[in-house]
Design a protein around this ligand. Sequence first.
Ligand SMILES: [Zn+2]
Ligand SMILES: [Zn+2]
Length: 269
Amino acid sequence: MTTLYALGSGSRGNCFAVSCHGATLLIDAGFSAKEIQRRAAVAGLMLDEVVGIALTHEHGDHACGAARLARLLDVPVLTAPGTWERLCAAMEGAEHRSLGFATPAVAGPFRVRACRTSHDAAEPLALVVEAPDGASIGVAYDLGRPTAAVRYLLRGLTAVVLEANHDDVMLRTSGYPPSVQQRIAGAGGHLSNRAAAELLAEIHHDGLGVVVLAHLSQRCNGAGEARATVEPVLRRAGFRGALHVALQDAPLSPMPVFAPERAQMALDF
Ligand SMILES: [Zn+2]
Ligand SMILES: [Zn+2]
């Protein structure tokens, strides 16, 4: 069985992990290596099973612990060439495995597919991790807008981690100057709760068992607001799985992700 870990998510750090058959792939390392080790211990995640670190982009809240962790664990870093270029000075000694739309990457038993996202970074990616038992987990955040490429990548998955950054009303009343509000809501910024709900309704299918809302703004969102906007839309689309909201300051409990046949069985019984 595949297990998804949300060690933390938000503008002060993002780190997720997928484990299957005794191997683990980290997705982003946006806390210090020490903090990731601490959070992994809290969540019961064995870091000595890590076979690679996949990075969506170079911003500190996604990559600040990656160099040290890659060296400590002696594992490759899977990311886009443009992201690697920005990080490689700090990555001395680590192995780069190139990842992009036309170039899936492999680490241990995991295969990672990707596509470009609309975000103000060198070569930002949304990712899909394919586990050896058939489960597939998408991770898409720091999305200015859900492009056709992202919507296509996220189809047919068993689990999705998706940005629900801000509540539209809370953003408008946040006290941020209009220029900052426009940047957050703009094409290089972040996905709102409403946009996340619409995207999830669009990609929903019977095999989708786990949805994790992620990268919530501290100032312009809350777990209750994100859930209240997304859940009714997702349930109306037919979603019968588990909806979680990732937290900035603490890991969630490990989330089982069933492969397609198992997901169907779980629904049937
Ligand atoms: Zn970013
Ligand atoms: Zn970010």
